[in-house]
Ligand binder design. Structure first.
Ligand code: UD1
Length: 430
């Protein structure tokens, strides 16, 4: 089992290139099978979740050709199988985007029902409500969602909760329905807009993505395109909080600063200096850091996927901070691990109270999920002494060459899998 071993205490300094947005890429890869023509997608992050989804896409008969590490060509003209197995859904929930894609194109899809996950129960009722509204017959049998329709027909759909997944999944199906679909109370995340832009570049007619209402005029056919995925705002934010927590000076390159506004606002509130450029943001953390209050919300609010990273940083800020997690019910597990490194935290329901401490001491901790794992790496980088992070398979799902990028900023971090490698690292750094 691979682990990260970290010798903390070095401020991160330098520039780091941010990759393509994982969550946009997952939906765009699924949508790419909606045409029989070849689609080329660039700026893909080379992370485990993407590679598993590409396998799922190949598994149903689509052709996947890797051009290079970040570019792929997909041809969906040979799909013969509309059934996505539980093995894929178990590894990567977002395989459920193939439900909307297959239903839109073939009017039939079978996808294993995703269960809960480490961050919460994660129902998909709003996805199913949207498909049913478009006229699909949707049933759950033997752990599978079976959706089929003779025709999909455009409809006025009002979502009960703001859901990124439901917005994207229903948007894909509605792109190939007959007539006009109006989706209200939709998610406005940058990756929702990116998926809409991608579908439009294939000939779909989607308007309003990025606002509360999306209008889709269905088309009968989509065509070939070449598309580059937007930068990953969560990867960028992770490096920005790593700069803050280690008292560093980091510039994230290849970002869209507008997508980082909520993160930038919090960094400024706690006392960091933040400089925005056209496609880069610099974070300097040299003065005293102070407490603040955070509530996670759908975009443009503070992202739940950045909650652990700010949590670790706030644990080093002077004063009492509070975090309210309003999206997922189980996203504070990392705070128990952080307490083992000396953080002073109290969790009550969906709120955490964090009393700032002067420093962390390195310890052996486990990554509870993807973003929480990255946050514990930040904690290790800021801590005194050696930290070992277990279960980094979660981190590898969403961060490309994480340790290499951190090393390029001066971090002392290695991926290890044996006791011998751990001892070698300790000898090198101590
Ligand atoms: C996506 C992101 C995830 C991020 C989350 C919130 C991907 C692959 N994942 O997840 O990283 O943390 O957005 O920004 O893009 N809900 C329902 N019924 C539904 C769907 C959702 O009640 O049918 C609830 C969820 O339980 C949650 C809230 O709505 O409380 C938001 O979830 P949603 O936006 O759907 O998250 P995901 O798309 O799963």
């Amino acid at each position: 089992m691979e682990q990260y071993i970290i010798k903390g205490g070095n401020p991160l300094v330098g520039e780091v290139e941010i990759g393509g947005a994982k969550n946009a890429a997952l939906a765009i890869l699924a949508a790419a099978i909606m045409t029989d023509e070849t689609v080329m997608i660039d700026n893909l992050p080379d992370v485990n979740d993407i590679n598993v989804l590409l396998e799922a896409i190949e598994g149903i008969g689509a052709r996947v050709q890797r051009i290079d590490r970040h570019t792929v060509k997909i041809n969906g003209s040979h799909i013969t199988d509309f059934d996505i197995e539980y093995d894929y859904i178990k590894k990567i929930r977002a395989s459920y985007y193939l439900l909307g894609a297959l239903l839109g194109k073939y009017k039939r899809a079978e996808v294993a029902l995703p269960g809960g996950c480490n961050i919460g129960s994660r129902p998909i009722d709003q996805h199913l409500k949207g498909f049913r509204a478009l006229g699909a017959y949707v049933d759950i049998e033997h752990g599978k969602i079976i959706a089929e329709a003779d025709h999909l027909r455009g409809k006025h759909i009002y979502f009960d909760v703001v859901s990124v997944g439901a917005t994207i999944n229903v948007m894909m199906a509605a792109s190939m329905a007959d007539g006009l679909t109006i989706m209200e109370n939709v998610a406005k995340e940058p990756h929702v807009v990116d998926v809409a832009n991608f579908l439009n570049s294939m000939g779909a007619n989607i308007r309003g993505a990025g606002t509360d209402v999306i209008k889709i005029r269905g088309v009968s056919k989509l065509h070939s395109t070449t598309y580059s995925i937007i930068p990953d705002q969560i990867e960028a934010g992770t490096f920005m909080f790593a700069a803050a927590a280690t008292r560093g000076d980091v510039t994230v390159l290849n970002v869209i600063p507008k997508h980082l506004e909520a993160t930038i606002a919090k960094l400024v509130e706690i006392g960091c200096e933040v400089e925005e450029f056209d496609d880069a943001v610099r974070v300097v953390s040299k003065g005293a850091l102070r407490n603040t209050q955070v509530k996670t919300l759908p975009y443009p609010g503070f992202p739940t996927d950045m909650q652990p990273q700010i949590g670790v940083t706030l644990a080093l800020c002077k004063g009492t901070s509070t975090i309210t997690e309003s999206i997922f019910e189980n996203r504070f597990k990392y705070l128990d691990e952080l307490a083992r490194m000396g953080a002073n935290v109290k969790i009550e329901g969906n709120s955490a109270t964090i009393e700032g401490v002067n420093g962390f001491s390195g310890a052996r901790v486990s990554a509870p999920d993807l973003r929480a794992g990255a946050a514990l790496v930040i904690a290790g980088l800021a801590a005194d002494g050696i930290t070992i992070v277990d279960d980094i398979v979660y981190i590898q799902r969403g961060y490309e060459r994480f340790e290499e990028k951190l090393r390029s900023l001066g971090a002392q971090i290695e991926k290890v899998s044996t006791e011998r490698e751990i001892q070698k690292f300790k000898l090198k750094v101590c």
